[in-house]
Structure formats: structure tokens, C-alpha cells
Design a protein around this ligand. Structure first.
Ligand code: RBZ
Ligand code: NIO
Length: 347
């Protein structure tokens, strides 16, 4: 593995943050009246190391992988959908494909292993670790090599994004059964019960959610001896979840802001922060998903997402939807007149 997960993360620029904060106070509005938009501009200033941040060049990597735990009947959809959606991403028909076009963002798909392999496709990077993880009710999801390959795949995406001059990175995921893996991972990291975190995913009914809770409870029992975050990720995660974790860490080490998506991406981000606490300042949280456990995960990260739209898709879609708001926050910060310029009286 090239990248050192525990290596130091960049520090946000305190001077740029203070300059941006001071500018917000001089703009022609009551202080604080633009709420989270002010905070977003100030945060981006600190992360970009410049008092007037911009967000033109966005990079989206969607990590796709299948899960052994899908055999337990924990998703409303069949496992074949993961590979079929890889083809849909490549053909431009998925939700994230549309959003990426509208945002002028680069979209790459990183296929880490799917039961159903559509074969080489344009815009799809193939890092085929295995057709799927092991069913973590019976065995660790990954072996050490697989975990490292997945973490590295995330870091490699951030390296490509950095080389392309990207100003913010979005990590998306596609993997039937991955809300179950994210739930198990989050339960283990937070010491929380499956009843609190397990939700409907793609649309399970009450009976399905109860089955999912029981599956996660069995997995937690099976892996109760694991407590180090890396070991928890290996045993209960997935290839795409570990890739998202690797991407968060690598982005923080390179000084690249990450716009975090929904439940699965947030579970991966929590693992990243547990592995390397210096990651936290580089994470901007886009939305609170409809998935039951997401709010609890966000609270654990002291995160205040911009949006709450009842989204429950993944793919990086919620993070992409937040980009126009973040761009508007930058425009307001850059273009509003100050009280002095406009000749407006202060309080
Ligand atoms: C057509 C389709 C497109 C998707 N895009 C994202 N997901 C989302 O749903 C899956 C997680 O839900 P669960 O754990 O219930 O399987 C992931 O692939 C996630 O990205 C999709 C799901 C489907 C069916
Ligand atoms: O919040 C998410 O990311 C999510 C929720 C349900 C299904 N897929 C993704």
C-alpha cells in the first residue's frame, strides 16, 4: 500500500478562516443571517487556504461492490443490480450521472468486485478484488489483502482527483446489501444496537427490517472480539465502504475537502475519523438521509448537514445536490457588497 493511513492530515488554514469570518461580518446583512451558507463559505476558505473560496471543479468517484451478506435476504433488490448499475452509470442513466453532468463534475466508477460483471466500460476503473465480500455472519468480510486493496483504491481515486485540480471530492457507493454492512460497522464503532441503526435501505418492509436487525445482531455477536477500527472495518465493512474510508483519509492528508453523502458514506467517514482523527475537519456533510440510523451517525461526528430532503439513494447523489448550495455560498461570500462599499449603516 502506498499511502499511510495513520500519516498526518493537513491542517485547515486558520488565517484564511479568520479573514473569511471577518469578511462575512462586513457584508450587507445582519451578522449570521445567511446561517449555514456563511459557515460553509468560512469552512471552505479554511480548507482551500484562501479567503474567497470557489467550487468549480468537483470530482465524483462511485465505488461499486457486492456483499456476501446479501445472501441473508437483507435488501429489497437482487444482487445482480450492483453490476447492472455499473453499466447504467457508464451509459449516463443513473441519478448521479445526471447530477454530475449538471454540475460539470468528473464522474468515475471504481468497480471493486461485482457478482454480475458488465465487462470493461468507458469511465469505469476496474480494481476487481473479488466478486463479493464474505458473508460476515459466518466469516470476516475481507482478508487483510482485500482490505488494503480497497483502502488503496479510495486513495488512488483521490490521487486522480488531485491531479485533475479538483476543489472538492465526492465519494459515492453502489452495492446491494451495503446498508446492512454500514449498519453493522456503525453499530460496532458506536457500541449501538441494531434496533437503533438498521433501516429500510432500498425499501424493506417491517418484517425485512426485523430480519436485517437480526442479521446485524448475529454479525456483531460473531465479531464481538474486534474493537480496533481497522479490524472492525475488515470484518464488517465492504470493499466500497473501505474504499470510501481510504478516500476520506487520503483527501485529508492531501488537503482536499470531501463532501460526504448519505448513511453508507457517513459510516465510512466515521471509520476514517476513528482511524485518523485529523480527517474530521476535511469533511463537509451534505444531507441527512431518510435511512433510520443516519442522524445518530451524524451526531457521533458532530455534523450539521446542509439538507434534509428525505433522500435515500446513495451513489453520492445527496452530496452532489448540495454542490449548488455550496457554490451559492461562495458567490455570496465573494460578490456581496460590504457596508462600507454600499454606504449602508451598521448596527
Ligand atoms: C436500482 C438501484 C440503484 C441504486 N443506487 C444506489 N442504491 C443504493 O441502494 C443500495 C443499498 O440498499 P440495500 O442495503 O437495501 O441494498 C446501495 O447500492 C445504495 O447505493 C441503489 C439501489 C437500487 C436498487
Ligand atoms: O443514505 C444512504 O446513503 C442510502 C440509504 C438507502 C439506500 N442507499 C443509500
Amino acid at each position: 500500500m502506498d499511502f499511510d493511513m495513520c500519516g498526518p492530515c493537513r491542517r485547515p488554514d486558520v488565517d484564511a478562516r479568520e479573514a473569511a469570518r471577518a469578511r462575512q461580518l462586513r457584508l450587507t446583512k445582519p451578522p449570521g443571517s445567511l446561517g449555514a451558507l456563511e459557515q460553509a463559505a468560512i469552512a471552505l476558505a479554511a480548507l482551500q487556504g484562501c479567503a474567497q473560496p470557489t467550487l468549480e471543479r468537483i470530482w465524483i468517484s462511485v465505488f461499486a461492490a457486492d456483499h456476501g451478506v446479501a445472501a441473508e435476504g437483507v435488501s429489497a433488490f437482487p444482487q445482480a443490480v450492483t453490476g447492472e448499475m455499473v453499466r447504467n452509470f457508464a451509459h449516463g442513466g443513473a441519478a448521479i450521472s445526471v447530477l454530475a453532468r449538471r454540475l460539470d463534475a468528473t464522474l468515475e466508477v471504481v468497480q471493486l468486485g461485482t457478482v454480475n460483471d458488465p465487462g470493461p466500460l468507458p469511465g469505469v476503473v476496474r480494481v476487481m478484488i473479488a466478486p463479493h465480500t464474505a458473508n460476515f455472519c459466518e466469516a470476516p468480510a475481507m482478508d487483510d489483502t482485500q482490505l488494503r486493496q480497497a483502502l488503496q483504491a479510495g486513495a488512488d481515486s483521490v490521487a486522480r482527483a488531485t491531479a485533475a485540480g479538483t476543489q472538492a471530492f465526492i465519494g459515492g457507493e453502489m452495492g446491494i446489501g451495503n446498508t446492512t454492512a454500514a449498519t453493522a460497522l456503525a453499530c460496532a464503532l458506536l457500541g449501538e444496537s441494531p434496533a437503533v441503526l438498521a433501516g429500510a435501505g432500498t425499501g424493506l418492509d417491517a418484517e425485512g427490517v426485523a430480519r436485517k436487525q437480526a442479521v446485524v445482531a448475529r454479525a456483531l455477536d460473531r465479531h464481538a472480539d474486534a474493537d480496533a477500527p481497522l479490524e472492525v472495518l475488515r470484518r464488517l465493512g465492504g470493499f466500497e465502504i473501505a474504499a470510501l474510508t481510504g478516500a476520506c483519509i487520503s483527501a485529508a492528508q492531501r488537503g482536499m475537502p470531501v463532501i460526504v453523502d448519505g448513511f453508507i458514506a457517513t459510516a465510512a467517514a466515521l471509520a476514517a475519523v476513528r482511524l485518523n482523527p485529523g480527517v474530521r475537519p476535511w469533511l463537509l456533510f451534505s444531507h441527512c438521509s431518510h435511512e433510520r440510523g443516519h442522524r445518530r451517525l451524524l451526531d457521533a461526528l458532530d455534523a450539521h448537514p446542509l439538507l434534509d430532503l428525505g433522500l435515500r439513494l446513495g451513489e453520492g447523489s445527496g452530496a452532489a445536490v448540495a454542490v449548488p448550495l455550496l457554490r451559492l455560498a461562495c458567490d455570496l461570500h465573494a460578490e456581496m457588497a460590504t457596508f462600507e462599499q454600499a454606504g449602508v449603516s451598521t448596527a
